[in-house]
Structures are given as structure tokens and as C-alpha cells.
Write a protein that binds this ligand. Structure first.
Ligand SMILES: [Zn+2]
Length: 81
């Protein structure tokens, strides 16, 4: 193997590393986008009750903490009269 072949091999290796890192970056970006767009399967509130995001227990919409697990409930939108 002469010097030129060695140089070519090194170039190919460097290009391969570059392609692999590009693929890794794109995959990470896609996963980050998917995580950001994913919604919780539990609704925040429905028909006068507030659902606990942790245990899905129905609480009164006036409650600020879950009656079952005691976690803070998300603020429901206030009705505009
Ligand atoms: Zn709860």
C-alpha cells in the first residue's frame, strides 16, 4: 500500500465519520421535535371537573390540589362572564 492509497483511505474514513455524525444529529433533532409535540393523554379539565395529571382523579374545578395524591393541579381556564 503506497502513500496515495493510505491518503485515500484516510479521506474515506473521515467522510464516513462525517456522514455518521450528520445522521446522529438529524436523529436527535427529530426525537426532540417528537417529544415537544407529544401531548399528555390525560385532559387538563372537563365539564366542571379538573383531572389530576398524575393519577387522573376527578377533582372539583375549584380545588388547587388533588384529593387523592395531593399534587398541585394545573390552573383551569377561568370562565369569562
Ligand atoms: Zn392526583
Amino acid at each position: 500500500m503506497d502513500e496515495q492509497q493510505l491518503l485515500l483511505l484516510a479521506l474515506l474514513l473521515a467522510a464516513g465519520v462525517g456522514v455518521l455524525s450528520l445522521i446522529a444529529i438529524f436523529r436527535r433533532q427529530r426525537h426532540a421535535r417528537e417529544d415537544a409535540s407529544r401531548e399528555s393523554p390525560i385532559a387538563a379539565s372537563r365539564e366542571g371537573v379538573k383531572l389530576c395529571p398524575a393519577c387522573a382523579t376527578e377533582n372539583l374545578w375549584t380545588d388547587s390540589r388533588c384529593v387523592r395524591c395531593g399534587r398541585k393541579l394545573p390552573d383551569a381556564q377561568r370562565a369569562v362572564w
